[in-house]
Design a protein around this ligand. Structure first.
Ligand code: FEO
Ligand code: CA
Ligand code: CA
Ligand code: CA
Length: 579
């Protein structure tokens, strides 16, 4: 099966066709199984899920809503830890009798807050196959729910303790309650999970009554500062009212690190990686053993960032847990000749941005990027180093305002006006050294309908490739093939997962591997270390205008109403997935 010329496994599976079916579809020769779904028991004493008898107390012990990032960390040959983000909720698809004209009850708000955050659950292999299932007996000592209301986080890095991070509840400016809007993430070489706080701005109210000096920076992050907005989370937790707690939102928008192997550990928010709408973060160990972390800010015309640790990776896990607490922070500028530069924002513990202190750069990182002239991108989503070739791959999901009146026009790295389908960016750091300040770049894939002239698939025959739109999350299999999950397919079919070789004779031969049910976004993906299982998250199935839990657009996965869930797909003959 292997391709001796390149080391990459050839992708021999037969592509599935684009479709709009309300089901999860895998290629011939594969099967799939829902590993965990909304409401599944996570903690001891979790009641069995009953959509008509929900409570916040129950939800805090159950698998949350809208699973996004998925990681699987090994325990032994038969068991592993599934770690996932629960990004947001769909009250209309959760609560029977939901009426958009009637505010949620306080208990319904508490349920939605309890359904957000993260989950760690023990899973076990079924026999010797690539199938995995939840461990349901009493041995689940690693199981954990991280929630908005109950989980304490430690702020680390240069901005921790700064006045802008202090609140009435936390005069130290170092302890934050909860994480929210966690989208994608990454697994570190030392066995922890990173998670990006992305669209955290929408749950705050009272921004119109903020002190004037705080309004411009909040506005830059999408917090409403002019009009009064109807309180949502503030109806049950006052800290989400910025008129009373003006610094609370400065405490969200970070990369979170959680150690799933220590269920009692305090997860951390790393200020050294900056505050943005972090899609996620992925780590690679550079040649000199420092680590580089790549992270994208998912907003139209926002930026791509890189963090380089001061310390080197060591044999001590305890020491490695400190790696993301201090380092240099850069933002990307792309030039027209295929070259680019990482512009420093913080270097050697000094701010390199005029008029901003280190702490201000790390809390108002978008403003720092504005000042140094970073390149305005078409929504940087997942950005991940390929462990096989050391190159960095970024999904630029789309940007319908590129080139619109009053908006930035096309540039070499964002070459299409009204970019509805997005593209993939490849970065090769100079000398393949991920600590470098200069790099080369290419655009290997311009997504869309392959019959259209503005699409490109590394020069491969476009009559053979699958249509793809709105790349969101990326992953690599054990041999370095690129896997791409989509969100919001603008070609009209369901979202899905695609795979494409990056080298060899089939380089650019992109094929659709699976599709998710109606209304869902395909999240994850994660290919197991043994290359036998593909994990994806089905997020917001049935999220269709007008759909309700009592009148669902999707009945996946159980035939009654839609439930987000994590799915494993595997090859029935046990050979490597995709091959
Ligand atoms: Fe939650 Fe950028 O997607
Ligand atoms: Ca995403
Ligand atoms: Ca997305
Ligand atoms: Ca990824």
């Amino acid at each position: 099966h292997g391709n001796p010329g390149t080391g990459a496994v050839a992708l021999g599976f037969k592509a599935i066709p684009p479709n709009k079916l309300d089901t999860f579809i895998v290629p011939n020769g594969y099967d799939h199984h829902v590993v965990a779904r909304w409401g599944d028991p996570v903690l001891p004493g979790a009641p069995s899920f009953d959509v008509r008898r929900q409570s916040a107390a129950a939800q805090k012990k159950q698998f949350g809503y809208n699973n996004d990032f998925v990681a699987v960390l090994p325990l032994d040959n038969q068991r592993a830890l599934l770690v996932c983000n629960h990004e947001y909720t769909n009250p209309e698809l959760m609560f029977p009798g939901y009426d958009p004209a009637v505010p949620l009850t306080p208990e319904q708000w508490r349920i939605t807050l309890a359904a957000i955050g993260m989950a760690v659950v023990e899973i076990e292999r079924v026999g010797r196959t690539g199938q995995w299932q939840l461990v349901r007996d009493g041995r689940r000592r690693y199981n954990r729910r991280v929630t908005v209301s109950d989980t304490r986080f430690q702020l680390t890095g240069p901005a921790a303790g700064h006045a802008l991070l202090k609140t009435k509840a936390d005069p130290s400016g170092r302890v934050v309650l909860g994480t929210q809007a966690n989208c994608a993430g990454g697994v570190t070489p030392w066995g922890t999970v990173l998670s990006g706080e992305e669209n955290w701005n929408g749950v705050f109210s009272g921004g119109n009554a903020l002190p004037e000096e705080l309004k411009p920076s909040y506005k830059r992050y999408g917090v409403e500062t002019v009009n009064a907005v109807t309180p949502t989370w503030a109806t049950v937790e006052e800290r989400f009212d910025l008129s009373r707690h003006p610094n609370e939102a400065h405490r969200f928008g970070y990369i979170v690190e959680i150690d799933p192997y220590d269920p009692d550990s305090t997860p951390r928010k790393h200020t050294a990686l900056g505050r943005l709408k972090h899609e996620g973060a992925n780590v690679i160990v550079a040649p000199d053993k420092r680590v580089a972390v790549y992270t994208g800010d998912d907003e139209r015309f926002d930026y791509l960032y890189k963090f380089v640790s001061h310390r080197k990776v060591s044999h001590s896990r305890r020491e490695n847990l400190k790696l993301l607490e201090s380092g240099d922070l850069y933002v990307a500028r792309f030039e027209g000749d295929g070259r680019g530069r990482w512009l420093p924002l913080v270097k050697g513990n000094r701010s390199t941005v005029e008029g901003m202190s280190v702490e201000e750069v790390l809390i108002f990182t978008r403003l720092a990027g504005d000042k140094v002239g970073a390149t305005k991108m078409d929504r940087p989503e997942d950005v991940e180093p390929n462990p096989k070739n050391g190159r960095i791959y970024c999904a630029l999901t789309n940007n319908d305002r590129r080139g619109a009146a009053g908006q930035p026009g096309v540039d070499p790295v964002n070459p299409r006006p009204v970019n509805r389908h997005g593209h993939i960016l490849e970065i090769t750091e100079d000398n393949n050294d991920q600590t470098a300040e200069t790099f080369s770049w290419t655009l290997p894939i311009l997504c869309g309908d392959p019959t259209q002239p503005d699409t490109y698939f590394m020069g491969f025959d476009k009559t053979k490739v699958s249509p793809i739109s709105c790349p969101d999350n990326v992953a690599f299999d054990a041999t370095g093939n690129l896997w791409i999950a989509t969100d919001g397919n603008a070609l009209g079919s369901n979202d899905g997962l695609f795979a494409v070789p990056l080298e060899g004779p089939q380089k650019g031969f992109l094929k659709q591997f699976l599709s998710v049910p109606l209304g869902a976004e395909c999240c994850g993906p994660f290919i197991s270390v043994d290359n036998r299982s593909v994990f994806t998250a089905v997020q917001h199935p049935g999220e269709v205008t007008g759909a309700r839990v009592d009148n669902p657009a999707s009945t996946w996965p159980d035939g009654d109403f839609a439930k987000p869930g994590v799915v494993v797909a595997w090859r029935l003959d046990g050979r490597p997935v995709g091959s």
